[in-house]
Design a protein around this ligand. Structure first.
Ligand code: TAP
Length: 453
């Protein structure tokens, strides 16, 4: 029996029976049976069905947001934004079935052309920090390309995925096309990763589990997309708009209580602006409203679980260089205050490991070359930001930072229409934008001989 908690109150929201391996097999069998019909649906009709689903998700936006907020502890305003993105992601990929274009390639003696074909059954394994949002980044392109799917949500946050399965059926997506299985990752997730009838596994989560997924998928040469951890750099040059950079830096790392793979959790600041930057950041951090996620004014909620809070707290021992600390409410809930550590060296454990909580390190740098060296001195490469008023420098540095997603004079990372994913140990493949479709299709090349005799 799985008890699903509200991390802000520690109350039980639901008690669920956990899926067995047999249940996972049955879900794969349903998806396999549904695949030939789903892929054969006329592109315009599949497009229409996905638009109906997107409209249904839009209509259910408020109830999905309330459910996601209760199950994850994220502020209701953020949850509403995320559920808006879920519907938008389905609207975006609803246009794809009629635009899965092939090529014609000049060859001698005939005509050569390519098709983009679906893979079959895809398994989607997702984490607890943005449960339905991250699932939608995988489900929408997978379905648009003609695949059927089995989705395994994280055990801590399965509720919106289960609700999604119901909404999809009601919106007219045929039975067997979308299947949700709630069970432990080490058993059910692993089983799906190794299943011979699963053609691809798309995973978001820790780098540690990502390595296991890659190894497990090798046995059947499955296609793999991995979106993993990060330790991204927020690089602030002395010539930047320091007020703007300092006002934005806390949101970039304390959003979703720091449980965000894109969190700019290493702030690199040019030495000459170091003290000024910290004093500009201080009032912003101290005034962050941490509390009841369902209160419209709340900016940061609790961490996801008691275990996770313990793991975050272990990075901040009594002698840690805490220079700024925010507030947390008293009483039940897995609270942890926004915390700024400075100055920190880039080889300190807090600067090397992904803490995945509201703890940020601030690291001084000498010059442009030093900033690039520090930004790249990590096993990760997911996101990052550069703050400067010098456009040429911004582009020079952007070209040399080894990361999949970068912002200049901004801390945003994700848009439905642009590719998202990591370099180095932050992952393999890209989600969102047109690029995601490449990861849910195979290219088939066909040659037709036209020469007589
Ligand atoms: P994980 O522990 O990696 O879990 C992610 C998912 O994998 C969960 O559904 C989990 O199931 C399942 N899982 C666990 N062990 C598995 C195994 N051996 N085989 C197959 N599936 C398995 O991550 P998390 O704690 O949920 O999320 C935090 C981590 O995810 C952070 O490191 C963060 O950076 C990363 N993350 C990355 C991104 C992107 S886009 N790069 C986005 C969000 C999060 P159960 O939970 O049910 O056991």
């Amino acid at each position: 029996m799985l008890e699903v908690l509200n991390p802000a109150t520690e109350e039980v929201l639901e008690r669920l029976d956990l899926a067995t391996v047999e249940d996972a097999d049955a879900a794969v069998a349903r998806a396999k049976a549904a695949f030939p019909k789903w892929r054969a649906i006329e592109p315009a009709d599949r497009s229409h069905m996905l638009r109906c689903l997107a409209d249904a998700l839009d209509l259910q936006r408020e109830s999905l947001a309330q459910l996601e907020s209760k199950n994850t502890g994220k502020p209701i305003g953020d949850a509403r934004g995320e559920m808006g993105m879920v519907a938008e992601t389905f609207h975006y990929y609803a246009g794809a079935p009629e635009r899965l274009l092939g090529d014609t390639i000049p060859v001698s003696g005939g005509v050569n052309f390519t098709f983009r074909e679906p893979l079959g059954v895809v398994a989607l394994v997702v984490p607890w920090n943005f449960p339905l949002t991250i699932a939608s980044w995988k489900m929408a392109p997978a379905l648009a390309a003609g695949n059927t799917l089995v989705l395994k949500p994280a055990g801590l946050t399965p509720l919106t995925a289960m609700e999604f399965e119901r909404i999809a059926l009601e919106a007219g997506i045929p039975e067997g096309v979308v299947n949700v299985v709630v069970g432990p990752g080490s058993e059910i997730g692993r089983h799906l990763t190794e299943h011979p009838d699963v053609a691809k596994v798309a995973f978001t989560g820790s780098t540690e589990v990502g390595k296991k997924i890659m190894a497990g998928a090798a046995g059947t040469i499955k296609r793999v997309t991995l979106e993993l951890g990060g330790k991204s750099a927020n690089v602030v040059f002395a010539d930047a708009d320091l007020e703007k950079a300092a006002a934005s830096a806390p949101t970039a790392v304390f959003g979703n209580a720091g449980q965000d793979c894109c969190a700019r959790s290493r702030i690199l600041v040019e030495k000459s602006a170091f003290d000024e930057f910290l004093s500009l950041m201080q009032p912003v951090v101290e005034s962050l409203r941490v509390g009841d996620p369902l209160d419209e004014t709340t900016e940061m909620g609790p961490l996801i679980s008691a275990d996770h809070r313990e793991s975050v707290a272990a990075y901040v021992p009594d002698d840690a260089p805490v220079v700024i600390r925010g507030q947390v409410p008293e009483g039940s809930g897995f609270w942890y205050p926004p915390t700024v550590l400075a100055p920190v060296s880039n080889d300190d454990r807090t600067a090397v490991e992904e803490i995945f909580g509201p703890v940020v390190v601030v690291i001084p740098f000498e010059d442009e070359e030093d900033a690039i060296r520090l930004a790249n001195d990590t096993i990760y490469g997911l996101s990052g930001s550069i703050w400067t008023r010098n456009g040429a420098r911004a582009l020079r540095v952007a070209r040399r930072i080894e990361t999949g997603v970068l912002s200049i004079n901004s801390n945003t990372s994700v848009r439905v229409s642009t590719p998202f994913g990591g370099m180095k140990q932050s992952g393999v493949g890209r989600e969102l934008g047109p690029h995601a479709l490449d990861h849910y299709t195979e290219v088939k090349n066909v040659y037709l001989a036209t020469e007589e005799g």
